[in-house]
Each structure stands twice: as C-alpha cells, then as structure tokens.
Design a protein around this ligand. Structure first.
Ligand code: HEM
Length: 416
C-alpha cells in the first residue's frame, strides 16, 4: 500500500472509494480516504456486492470493535474476504473463536510464542537474518523487500522443523490466501487461487502432522498436537486451521514493516536512506509497526444493536476496523504522517487490541529488531531504484519488491 501524506486542504477524499478493492491499495491513496473518513464520517456504511459493512477509522473505535468481544464477535468472519459466507473456522481456529473458549486456546497456543519463549531462538533467528541480508554486503542493487519477505517463513519453518526447500512455496501460498489477485501469487482466478492456497496449505500440514504422529519431535507442530483445550486434544481439523492461521499471521506481515521503514528513511533524506545516528531499537521498531501497519483491517460482527456516532449498527451486521487508519489518528499521534523513531508514547494498534491482540507480537518484534540490527550493520546508506510493486490486497499493506542501490559498510563501525 502506498504511504502518502494526504494534502492538508483535502477533506472529502472518500467519495466513491471502494475499501474492498485490492487494486485500490496498489494504486490509490488509502491514507487520504481514511483521513477524510476519520474527520467527516467516523462510522460509515460501505456497500459490497456480497454484503454491505460498516467502517470505523478512529483509533478509539477500532480498539472498541476489536476488543469488546461481548458486543462484537470474531466467530462470523474476521476480514472483508469472508463477507457473505459462514466462517469455516468458527469455534475451531483461535482467531475465529470468542471468549471464554478463545481464552482456553490462547493459554495453550500462546505459550511457545511468549516473549520469554521466543528469546531462546534469538541466535537462530539472527543467523537466518544474516544469511538473508548477506548479499547486500556486496553493494550494488539488492531487492530488500523480496529478500526480507522470506525471513518470517524461514523462521516459522525453523520453529516447526520444516525443510528449507518448503519455505518459498509455503510463503507464496500464505500470500495467496490474503492477496489472491496479486499477479505474483495468483494461481488461477481469485476464487480458485483462494481455494487452492487453502487446500495446499492444509494438505501440506496434514502430511507433516502424520509424520509427527509417527515420530514426535520437540518442535512447534508436535507441541500443538500435544495441547489440550477444554479437556481434549485438538482434532485434525482444528490443528490444520490453527497451523494455517499461524503461518499466514506470521508470514505476510512482519517484513512489510521493514520495507516501509526503508522507504520512509529514504524519503526523509531526499531519496538517500540513512540510519538515524542515535537509535533506540525498541522505539524504532514500534514506529516501524505504526508507520507500516502491515495488516490494514480486521472485521467483527455485532452481537446486538449498538449505537455509535449517532447511528445504529444492527445485530448481525459486519463492522470493519481499520488499523492502518487508527495508526494515523491525528487526535492520538502528533505529526502522524512523520516517521519519528523517537516517538513516545507510541500507542499504535498494529497488533490489534483486546483478547485477539496478536499472539505473535513478541516474535514479530524480535524479528524486526534483528533485521534492523543486521541491516544497519551491513548497509551504510541506500537509494531506492525504480518504483516498488505494491501487494495487491485489501488486508496486507506492503511491497513485493524494493530494489535498493546499496553502499555496504565495514562491520563493527555502527554507532549506537
Ligand atoms: C508485524 C507483524 C504482525 C502484525 C502486524 C500482526 C497483526 C495482527 C493483528 C492486528 C491481529 C489481531 C486479529 C484480530 O483482532 O482478529 C493478529 C492476531 C494474530 N496473529 Fe499476528 N501479526 C503479526 C505477526 C504475527 C506472527 C509472527 C504470528 C505467528 C507467530 C502471528 C499470528 C497471529 C495469530 C495466530 C493471531 C490470532 C490471535 C488470537 O485470535 O488470539 N502474527 N495479528
């Protein structure tokens, strides 16, 4: 998605905008539309051929819709792609389950992803990152986005003990589930791509689960097979749905915070990207998350009639919560369209809010810290060459390619 500061004098920028159209994010100006919605129509009705839906764009409303599970349910579709049909994962996949059952899932599934648990993998992840970034050390033109996009799947494969040869095909399938219209991931028509991607990921994990049954191991898959939720082990369907959710959640998100940040650093210096001389990595990572907002929206369904901004959301209606807009809310963030790596506090909602707040956040933060550390150690400055190709998706905000002309630096010459 293009990250452009809207013109200060334009307010009514959302007439005719179709937030469901994946092409809008590759070619349009979503930030202009969202700013206009936040300012003039904070609760907006949006038509859609399958089923109309509500749109909330202010941070307070986004947090309320995502977090208030007594009022807004996750069991009937959590994204625009799922409008008009029941969610096959309802009650079976953690993300499509409401409390209190959701809490039982989360207690178990969240354990290997806690900050403490993932810190044990720091050196393994650093090696994966180093190997990926190594070609940049040669200088010349290096496609940062294409290279870094592979890291989250390589890390997931490491945690699940999957062969390295499976990383690229799995990564492409994970993207196909959220960007089925993107020429890079399309397998056939949009519907066919979605169906095949879901089938192939399930088929793949079905095979890996069978292997683990024959020969249990100490990896994340064997862990998932061993946990009990509400007094019983997960059945095959629950296991497959939760593997799918983990893989997609992990793979299509984290790397986009890096490419968007590299572009912001270049824009801030007239096209030549340089690292800030004094950098606190924790606040740098948080600003990268706010700035990029790799997941644009999640959806809920009203469990009862709700009054909001003087209008009524009727029970059963879908409400989309625009995280990427909430992270530019001018009532919360000073200079929301400036990349400020010292921003504190940084109350972004890139990981969502409430009970479903991203369970992979500690792993994502660790990957981002390591990627930025390694890039900074290897690259002195860089310059984007050519136009980046934006992911064609209404849910994933990022680029597929970001060729950079890189000036490498001697290792160990980084100022803290
Ligand atoms: C920068 C990277 C990431 C971003 C921006 C992100 C964003 C999000 C958001 C906004 C949610 C809330 C969903 C909702 O409210 O319905 C979420 C949930 C989730 N994420 Fe992430 N995510 C990231 C990385 C990861 C990683 C690395 C993993 C896997 C290890 C992961 C797995 C999940 C899962 C399984 C859920 C569902 C949690 C639940 O329902 O309790 N995500 N993510």
């Amino acid at each position: 998605m293009r990250i452009i500061e809207p013109q200060a004098d334009i307010l009514a920028g959302h007439a005719g905008v179709n937030l469901a159209d994946p092409d809008f994010y590759a070619t349009g100006n979503a930030h202009l539309a969202w700013r206009s919605m936040r300012t003039t129509e904070p609760l907006l009705w949006h038509d859609h051929p399958r089923e109309g839906f509500w749109v909330v764009t202010r941070r307070a409303d986004v947090r309320r819709v995502l977090g208030e599970h007594e009022t807004f349910s996750s069991q009937h579709g959590t994204s625009i792609a799922m409008l008009g049909a029941p969610d096959p994962g309802a009650g079976l996949m953690m993300q499509a389950t409401d409390p209190p059952r959701h809490q039982r899932f989360r207690e178990q599934l969240g354990r290997p992803l806690s900050a403490h648990a993932v810190s044990a993998y720091e050196e393994d992840i650093r090696s994966i990152v180093r190997r990926t970034v190594a070609p940049a050390r040669d200088g010349g033109v290096w496609d940062a986005a294409a290279a870094i996009k592979r890291i989250p799947m390589a890390v997931a494969a490491h945690l699940m003990r999957l062969p390295d040869a499976d990383v690229d095909p799995l990564m492409r399938l994970a993207y196909a589930t959220l960007a089925p219209r993107d020429p890079l991931y399309r397998i056939g028509g949009e519907e066919e791509t979605l169906a095949r991607a879901h089938y192939e990921i399930s088929h793949y994990f079905s095979g890996r689960l069978a292997e683990r049954r024959r020969q249990p191991s100490s990896d994340l898959l064997s862990y998932l097979m061993s946990i009990e939720v509400e007094g019983r082990r997960l059945n095959e369907r629950e296991l497959l749905l939760n593997c799918l959710s983990m893989i997609v959640g992990a793979v299509v998100t984290t790397s986009h915070a890096v490419s968007a940040t590299l572009m912001a650093l270049a824009d801030a210096h007239g096209g030549e990207g340089r690292w800030p001389s004094h950098l606190r990595m924790d606040s740098f990572v948080e600003e990268a998350l706010r700035w990029s907002s790799p997941i644009t929206h999640f959806m809920r369904r009203a469990r009862k009639d709700v009054e909001l901004h003087g209008r009524t959301i009727a029970a059963g209606q879908a409400v989309t919560s625009w995280i990427a807009s909430a992270n530019r809310d001018e009532n919360v963030f000073d200079h929301p369209y400036a990349f400020d790596h010292c921003r504190r506090p940084n109350r972004h909602v890139a990981f969502g809010s409430g009970p479903h707040r991203c369970v992979g956040a500690p792993l994502a933060r660790l990957m981002l810290k390591l990627i930025f550390e390694e890039l900074r150690a290897d690259i002195e400055c860089f310059e984007p060459v050519g136009e980046p190709a934006h992911v064609v998706s209404n849910q994933v905000a990022g680029v597929n390619n970001l060729p950079l002309r890189v000036k490498a630096r001697q290792r160990d010459s980084v100022t803290q």
